[in-house]
Design a protein around this ligand. Structure first.
Ligand SMILES: [Zn+2]
Length: 217
């Protein structure tokens, strides 16, 4: 059974203005970031649900959490960006040790922006109402011009890929770097190598009669 990942990108009722180099918003760049995470996790064989792209605010959160709980997601991952003048990356989670350890895994891979902090929050709806672990990222501070510029000049791609590495560890899924074909990770089993074709054909017949799918190369 492949793992189930629920993704929830910021969907504020009134999108927060940012200091991004182009016309943007917290909802806008979190969606773009989540699109990258979604595509890569699907590529790596994980079942992914996003849910309710047209809803915003409390309605979006309620629908998403209800869907994730009914689906039985293994992990619920939220991406927002922060405001208030800091310069760090932050993952919020429930107060149990397991959640804190899982949140720290995001920081372990997030070398593209430092430092990374873990804080517990029990008041946020998506953390409180999800039955599975919820990791709630505040990726960077969107009121910081320099970090906004960094995010929109390759930082987003870098961060998404590092998050994918962390999610793979959390879901116990093999991480394959971007651009490396899945075939490169295939391990082929060989049974014998023969100088005479009839010996090879005989071995293939034996394997097939034993129920294995065999072919001669
Ligand atoms: Zn932006």
């Amino acid at each position: 059974m492949s793992k189930k990942l629920y993704l929830s990108a910021a969907a504020h009722k009134h999108d927060n203005p940012t200091q991004c180099p182009q016309k943007c918003g917290e909802n806008v760049h979190c969606k773009a970031y989540m699109d990258l995470v979604e595509a890569r996790m699907k590529e790596l064989g994980v079942q992914v649900k996003r849910g309710y792209p047209d809803l915003v605010g409390n309605a979006a959160m309620k629908q998403r959490v209800a869907e994730a709980n009914a689906w039985g997601a293994d992990l619920y991952y939220v991406a927002h960006t922060n405001a208030g003048g800091g310069r760090y990356s932050l993952t919020l989670c429930w107060s149990d040790e397991t959640s804190k350890q899982k949140a720290a895994v995001l920081g372990k891979y997030r070398t593209c922006i430092q430092p990374h902090k873990v804080r517990t929050r029990t008041d946020l709806y998506e953390i409180r109402a999800t039955k599975m672990t919820c990791l709630y990222d505040e990726l960077f501070f969107h009121d910081n011009t320099e970090d906004c510029r960094w995010f929109h000049n390759g930082g987003m791609e870098q961060m998404a890929e590092q998050t994918v590495q962390a999610l793979c560890e959390l879901l116990d899924v093999t991480y394959i770097p971007k651009g490396v074909s899945g075939a490169a990770a295939l391990y082929r089993v060989q049974v014998g190598a023969y100088a005479k074709k009839e010996n090879a054909t005989a071995m293939m017949a034996r394997l097939k009669s034993a129920g294995f799918d065999a072919f001669i190369v």
